[in-house]
Design a binder for this molecule. Sequence first.
Ligand SMILES: Cc1cc2nc3c(=O)[nH]c(=O)nc-3n(C[C@H](O)[C@H](O)[C@H](O)COP(=O)(O)O)c2cc1C
Length: 360
Amino acid sequence: MPTDDRIASLLQLKQPIVQGPFGGGISTVNLTASVSNLGGLGSFGAHILTPSEIAETSKAISASTTAAFALNLWVEDHDPEALTLSDDAYEASAAQFRPYYDELGLELPKRPTRFHESFEDQVEAILEVRPPALSFVFGIPSTKVLTACKQRGIATIGAATNVAEAQALDHAGVDAIVATGFEAGGHRPSFLKRAESSLMSTSSLVQTAAARIDTPLIAAGGIVDAIGVAASRVLGASAAQLGTAFLACDESGTSDANRKILFDRDAVAETTLTRTYTGRLARGVRNRLIEELERPDRQIAPFPVQAWFVAPLKKASTEANRTDLTSLYAGQSAPNLKHRNVATLMDALSSSLGTNSAAV
Ligand SMILES: Cc1cc2nc3c(=O)[nH]c(=O)nc-3n(C[C@H](O)[C@H](O)[C@H](O)COP(=O)(O)O)c2cc1C
């Protein structure tokens, strides 16, 4: 069976493996550089960083690896409803969060002028520091930005949750497309339709997109071992992107309590799609925060307003070693997680067909 090695050639990878970027402060320079140094594509989720933090991060990764890596941004930085949010709606959200802030001894945050960094400013920083690759979710950057990346030798990697999005990215001329199935941990980065209407599995999305577009595909969602990587390549992907499996590694910035849950097979046996964490649909483990904020009498604020209120809870929960009032991202194959550091995970992924971790 012929395999598609275009992503490995494009980025000079020794393994067709992409470490999925983690936004929200969970990416680390060490994780990104470790994966790149072992022949995969390390990625750093930079969407909450200021332009100067992006420049510093890129330089820090470049100082730790000479291999390719990607910085990752979110193209649509605010839902339209967040841009027109009334003060009353802000206060109504604050009132819903007040009991949790009180319980953790926190002050509710005041309304900021902007809830999230601007994508335009962030991308300027990227063009300035020229990382080997820019990966992005929740939309397609302008032709001007994509052309500027091309001129500077920055490879562009978009993300699709349905075939129409893959075709739009293909038409825009990106270098690679992450085909993200609903199994994936983290957000459903849909941009043409509501995420709830774009719930395709990784295998269906890879097969149907591969039949219609020429841009090489990176399969993402539910892949945690060599069998998953090989299967995605048989279906038509050129590489596989793993998130949850790298999140579980010591090199990631997730909290100890969160990591413990990832290795608790009963706790991760069932994951759920929820807008509770940020206002956008994401997959994680059900906890008290989800149970209570999804009650019919509650309103979930648009992105990034909901994220604005959840972020301080997450920070305080990490410090208090609590998992009930925080986001607990995980993909559907988490019960098969096995490896606790990047070296052993990358080694296991390199075995030709590997051993299915479920059997171990
Ligand atoms: C905690 C967490 C944060 C994530 N943040 C981002 C992000 O900021 N940008 C992005 O493109 N993907 C993000 N993802 C998605 C991953 O990069 C990857 O595509 C996904 O986890 C693959 O599915 P898997 O978890 O089943 O392996 C995130 C995933 C997790 C688990």
